[in-house]
Design a protein around this ligand. Structure first.
Ligand code: NAD
Length: 290
């Protein structure tokens, strides 16, 4: 079993690193915030270079593509580096994935672009979808590590960037479902319906989606708002989606509306749990009165 270096022990990374330990990997982890969320059974490295000297395969779970690129550079440049492959599970965008692949190739490090979807709850249940892309050699070399992350894995292509494109299309739909369900349920409540009735009926009807099925009953109706994914990261995902659609020259009418809504929410309440988009919508979704 390869020794795994893990960078980024946040909401998602701390669970994924724990899954790797549970699958029998030796895990050496690093986070700029320190070892506070280090899973039991893993060891902490004080720097990215120190981790890269001990690990065969490095896994990243970082906020964005700029940070993934910076950490990939530190891995590649580490004196006495052992790591020969790197997997980025962050949502970093197709361009960042291609840049990271090129940067690492110059140092003989293989790269697999492997963003994830299914939330912290999915990561804990090992049902998280891992959508990965990379050349045959790199994918084969990291397979035991991908298997340690989750039981649900999809190879979506043979070059970096395709995993990210897949993930952005998915998260645009997830962001749209949250925004549209919030608007529909806010309307129903103002008309005199109650939330539990609404989600029960919608989930037995054609309007059902992941927001009405999972997030409303678990995070919103209970008032806990603890899905473990921030509105700032969702705004980043939709922004990356819009940029990627522009690069591809495709249509983005719905994309423009959804990107603007998540940008307003993230600006008004930075780093709030993304399920708080429901009360934000009830308060008028940050639009100034006409
Ligand atoms: P988070 O903000 O909770 O965690 C990010 C972690 O990275 C933090 O612990 C931070 O200290 C660390 N970090 C930042 N810069 C660093 C650096 N230079 N070196 C080392 N560590 C650094 O974010 P998250 O929710 O865990 O998400 C991580 C990635 O996974 C993001 O790209 C996100 O879009 C993606 N993602 C998250 C979820 C989710 O449900 N949370 C789901 C799918 C995808």
């Amino acid at each position: 079993m390869p020794t795994v270096g893990f960078v980024g022990l946040g909401n998602m990374g701390s669970v994924l690193a724990g899954n790797l330990v549970a699958a029998g990997h030796a895990v050496v982890a690093h986070d700029v915030a320190g070892p506070g969320r280090l899973p039991d059974g893993a060891s902490f490295a004080g720097s990215v270079a120190d981790m890269a000297r001990q690990a065969d395969v490095v896994v990243l779970s970082l906020p964005d593509g700029t940070i993934s690129q910076q950490v990939a550079k530190e891995v590649a440049a580490a004196d006495g580096r052992r790591a020969a492959h790197l997997i980025d599970t962050s949502t970093s965008g197709p361009q960042a994935a291609r840049d990271i692949e090129a940067l690492l190739a110059g140092h003989g490090v293989g790269f697999v672009d492997a963003p994830v979807s299914g939330g912290v709850a999915g990561a804990k249940a090992r049902t998280l979808a891992v959508m990965y892309a990379g050349p045959d050699e790199a994918c084969a070399a990291v397979e035991p590590v991908l298997a340690g992350l989750s039981d649900k894995r999809f190879r979506v292509g043979d070059r970096a960037g395709l995993g990210q494109a897949m993930k952005l299309a998915n998260n645009f739909l997830s962001a749209t479902a949250m925004a549209a369900a919030s608007e529909a349920i806010a309307f129903g409540l103002s008309a005199g319906l109650d939330m539990t009735t609404m989600t029960e009926v919608i989930n037995a009807s054609s309007g059902m989606n992941t927001a009405t099925r999972d997030k409303f009953p678990r995070d919103i109706a209970t008032g806990t708002y603890a899905a473990g994914f921030s509105n700032s990261l969702m705004a980043k995902d939709v922004r990356l989606y819009r940029a990627a659609v522009d690069d591809a020259g495709g249509p983005a009418e719905v994309g423009d509306v959804i990107a603007a809504l998540w940008a307003r929410f993230a600006e008004a309440e930075p780093n709030a749990d993304f399920t708080r988009v429901f009360p934000f919508t009830q308060r008028g979704a940050g639009r100034s009165p006409e």
